[in-house]
Design a protein. Structure first.
Length: 470
């Protein structure tokens, strides 16, 4: 197991489990054995899904084939239990929240599907996958392969004896080449130099000074290291505190992706800027309703930054860095808020911080668990939420002959972070989902319900701006 994946494996704690949880809503209904056959036929072509984690005498984990693998343990049939007065959607949200804090069996491969055959006239499929298997981009890519017409993984080339999963060759080929559009600073570096530098960050037995060519490059990198280390703890709000471990999930109806694109084009911003500004507005408005005035406040969200070409997502594993994005929750004007988000995103794109965070995880993965927890605890002190935006298929898909009408997922949080925001584009729409800890936000649907109105305000204001004629 790679050093970064090891860090994610050991990141589970009493209030946060490192599972990516997702839900597919399909219609018409699915049959249990049909789903078992599809998953067995397609998903198990990825060797990782037949492998359990085994530790050696030193505690180092490895992937080992589970000789007693049983598909019926990993695809389980459930009946949705509803309490008095509870609708189907509320019952499903409650069950997903329970599963988000139910550990996977450590003696078996670290994934499980739960099929609710009867849900809103169709079926609901809940997926739980441990983060050590792969990141969001990788797991979305793999999940798409089990849909109708999904392709099998490419044949793997045999690994060269002694090759290191996190070595300089991987960093050079997978991180650096796609980095050109991500980091302005990367353009001024020689690829081999930064590859050696990042390899050194990920290997504490090697010295940093011997791996970086030139004081100028070292100064740039160390400047970002210092910025990360000296970053102040996040602003106090109702969403920042000690979680109790009970998770609650919520989701809204998708909004039209074309409308998001139109706003971004009109304002000269990215789709991501528009969506994150709407999220910031929804959180700020919710805090205001709770009597926690956000005026003048900002909060940070740790945002995953993909460090691999999308066509290599099938390789699984974790290949992303983390960047602290400041969310301007205190700006009431939606247009002003979009431009504030854009400025903050541009600053991150000119930073090494995502790459350095990747390296920190690699280092932490080799250290004793208490030391790792201390290192990763620094991230949670600096942020209120984890937020991710994953691109999904542009057209609706079929699964076992049924239509996949809606899909959503929830990102796990580390340390004491108690809020996870997930944005997923699918079938021409954008899905906004939220997972919170009961101690910090017992009713996340109240935030979800403010997302579309914030987006609509931004759309209206954009249409009212005095645009010149072409």
């Amino acid at each position: 197991m790679s050093r970064v994946d090891t860090a994610w494996l050991r990141m589970d704690n009493d209030v946060n489990l490192m599972m990516i949880v997702g839900v597919w809503l399909v219609e018409p209904r699915l049959a249990y054995e049909t789903v078992c056959r599809r998953v067995e036929d397609k998903l198990l072509k990825y060797e990782r899904f037949r492998q359990a984690v085994v530790r050696d005498a030193t505690g180092a984990p490895s992937w080992v084939v589970d000789e007693s693998f049983d598909i019926h343990h990993h695809v389980v049939r459930e009946k949705l239990v509803r309490t008095k007065g509870q609708g189907e959607r509320e019952a499903l949200q409650a069950r997903v929240g329970e599963l988000a804090m139910t550990p996977l069996d450590p003696a078996r491969p670290l994934w499980q599907f739960h099929l609710i055959e009867n849900y809103e006239g169709g079926s609901a499929l809940i997926a739980r996958l441990h983060h050590c298997i792969g990141d969001g981009i990788a797991l979305i890519s793999v999940m798409m392969t089990i849909t109708d017409g999904g392709s099998d993984p490419p044949a793997r080339r045999r690994r060269v004896a002694g090759a290191e999963a996190d070595g300089a060759d991987w960093l050079n080929d997978v991180v650096l080449k796609p980095l050109g559009g991500l980091s302005a600073k990367a353009a001024g570096l020689v690829e081999a130099s930064i590859a050696r530098a990042l390899d050194a960050f990920a290997d504490p037995q090697r010295g940093l000074a011997d791996s970086i060519d030139g004081a100028r490059t070292a100064a740039k990198v160390m400047g970002d290291v210092t910025a990360m280390a000296l970053m102040a703890d996040d602003s106090p709000t109702l969403l920042k505190g000690k979680p109790n471990g009970k998770k609650i999930v919520a989701w809204g109806e998708p909004i039209a992706l074309d409308q998001v694109k139109s706003i971004g084009k009109a304002l000269g911003c990215s789709i991501n800027d528009v969506l994150l500004a709407s999220v910031s507005g929804a959180i700020g408005d919710w805090l205001r309703d709770q009597g926690d005035d956000p005026t003048g406040k900002e909060i940070r969200a740790m945002v995953p930054v993909n460090l691999r070409p999308l066509d290599q997502a099938w390789k699984l594993g974790n290949r992303f860095g983390l960047a602290p994005l400041v969310l301007p929750i205190g700006i009431a004007n939606p247009v002003e808020r979009v431009y504030a988000v854009r400025a903050r995103m541009n600053a991150l794109k000119a930073s090494y911080q995502p790459l350095l965070a990747f390296a920190v995880l690699a280092v932490a993965g080799q250290m004793a668990k208490p030391v790792q927890d201390m290192i990763l605890g620094l991230f949670s002190k600096k942020a209120t939420a984890v937020m991710t935006n994953v691109p999904g298929p542009a057209v609706p898909l079929k699964f076992c002959g049924s239509t996949l009408r809606q899909t959503m997922f929830w990102v796990p949080a580390s340390g004491d972070i108690g809020v996870g925001v997930s944005i997923l584009s699918y079938g021409g729409g954008v899905q906004f989902s939220l997972i919170t800890d009961e101690a910090l936000c017992p009713h996340p649907q109240a935030i979800i319900d403010k997302f579309e109105p914030e987006f609509e305000k931004l759309l209206l204001l954009t249409m009212m701006l005095p645009w010149g004629e072409d």
